[in-house]
Ligand binder design. Structure first.
Ligand code: AMP
Ligand code: GLY
Length: 422
């Protein structure tokens, strides 16, 4: 197949690597890509945010499948245009992508579908914010309504900080004040063809910038998969996945279909396992980053098959995806100053040595070639990904690989998957 992958992060590199590893002779194209993706796919010039440009490119180059990585092209209507022109595309249209683009939309769909989530109120003024904070009590949860790359949320005991966060986003529209939910978090991905869903293996993401879940929220600093501790509460991964499929994914997919906005693509359920049961904290309309970097290396079923089946409405014919028993751990290397103000343009060294470590590969996020070497071009620079039969080994491999990589001012968490490895 000729497959065009849109996006430029480590998630898109992970998708490209998974497609390449099928050894099916796919012709892989990517836009805009990065220096790592360029080694595994041909980079092409097309503006991924321009629906007609992407459609024209796909038609001119007889692309068999377009895979949309990030949310921005979805919100821009790229998938709508491709679908109208008859090109198979993995990614929802603009309307269904509101599951991620608008927290208010997602809350409405959840309410209509009877999906369990935290209680929340919309506040339009500082007075309304203060009243809602006092109603729910501490810890306080304040969320911006639109896309904010994982940075629009604050969870804090500090009432003044909660109000200050709300004030930053209020000029752009109402903010959401939410009930605090306590428990472990799970990211669970569902492939959907608008009607049928197939779940991938669960992962856990580390959202805070610093060790011990301190510091600000980020796009994600590391992840691991699978989650062996799910067995204690649910009996096993399969039971957990079946439960979330029935109580969360299918009701949402059915509701979106009934509203005439079918969800074709990846429904990302961000969950908190509270004592009272599973609660949705957010949906995304695309693969998670960095969770994808640990989920896809464990996928045994050919990814292209699943994505094409979702894009063409034939997921019902596909068996449940199969995953390897190996575990995967990924650690993100970030630039100095990330997430507030990343310093970019610095040289990056030692990647070959890192990838020489057994079971390790690198998913590039913000890298570019310069003067015969690599430079970091953004906040999250790359992901070291390690697979192994057990978490202790996977962690050791990931951190050994990281020790070979040089980036002035670069930082990473040292406690990714530490607890599960114990
Ligand atoms: P979100 O962008 O909605 O996924 O929120 C980012 C992170 O903030 C989540 O992964 C949680 O760690 C935390 N968070 C969001 N909502 C809540 C909540 N209601 N209770 C506790 N933590 C939350
Ligand atoms: N890792 C969180 C996200 O992709 O939104």
């Amino acid at each position: 197949m000729r497959i065009l992958v849109l996006g430029s992060g480590a998630r898109e590199h992970a998708i490209v690597l998974a497609l390449r590893s099928e050894e099916a002779g796919h012709e892989l194209l990517a836009a805009p890509g990065n220096a790592g993706i360029a080694r595994d796919a041909a980079l092409v010039e097309v503006d991924m945010l321009d629906p007609s440009a992407v459609a024209a490119f796909a038609i001119d180059h007889a692309v068999d499948l377009v895979v949309v990585g990030p949310e921005a092209p979805l919100i821009a209507g790229v998938a709508d245009e491709l679908r109208e022109r008859g090109i198979p595309v993995f990614g929802p249209g603009r309307a269904a992508a509101q599951m991620e683009g608008s927290k208010a939309f997602a809350k409405r769909i959840m309410a209509a579908a009877g999906v369990p989530t935290g209680r929340a109120t919309h506040a339009r003024t500082v007075d309304e914010v203060a009243a809602a904070l006092d109603e729910f009590g501490a810890p306080y949860v304040v969320k911006a309504d639109g896309l904010a790359a994982g940075k629009g949320v604050i969870v804090t005991e500090d009432r003044a900080a909660a109000i200050e966060h709300a004030e930053t986003y209020l000029p752009g529209g109402p903010v959401l004040i939410e009930e605090f939910l306590s428990g472990p978090e799970v990211s669970l991905f569902f492939l959907s063809d608008g009607d049928t869903v197939r779940a991938l293996s669960p992962a856990q993401d580390f959202k805070r910038a610093l060790d011990g879940d301190a510091g600000p929220n980020t796009g994600g600093m590391g992840a691991y998969s699978p989650l062996p501790w799910l067995a204690e509460r649910f009996g096993g991964e399969a039971e957990f996945v079946a439960h979330v499929t029935e109580t969360v994914a299918l009701p949402v997919i059915r509701r979106l279909d009934e509203e005439g906005t079918p969800f074709i693509g990846l429904l990302y359920a961000g969950l908190i396992l509270t004592d009272a049961g599973v609660r949705v904290i957010e949906f995304n309309a695309r693969f998670g980053d960095p969770e994808t970097q640990v989920v896809l290396p464990r996928l045994v079923t050919p990814l292209s098959r699943l994505l094409l089946a979702a894009a063409t409405g034939t997921l019902e014919d596909e068996p449940q995806p199969v995953f390897s028993d190996d575990v995967a751990v990924t650690v993100v290397l970030a630039s100095e100053g990330y997430p507030e103000k990343p310093v970019t343009g610095r040289p990056l060294t030692g990647l070959d040595e890192a990838e020489a470590v057994d079971g390790v590969h690198i998913a590039h996020a913000a890298t570019a070639e310069a003067d015969g070497g690599l430079v970091a071009t953004g906040g999250r620079v790359l992901n070291v990904v390690a697979t192994a039969p057990d978490f202790r080994t996977a962690r050791e491999r990931a951190y050994e690989a990281l020790s070979h990589i040089g980036l002035e001012g670069g930082h990473h968490r040292t406690d990714i998957a530490a607890r599960v490895a114990e």
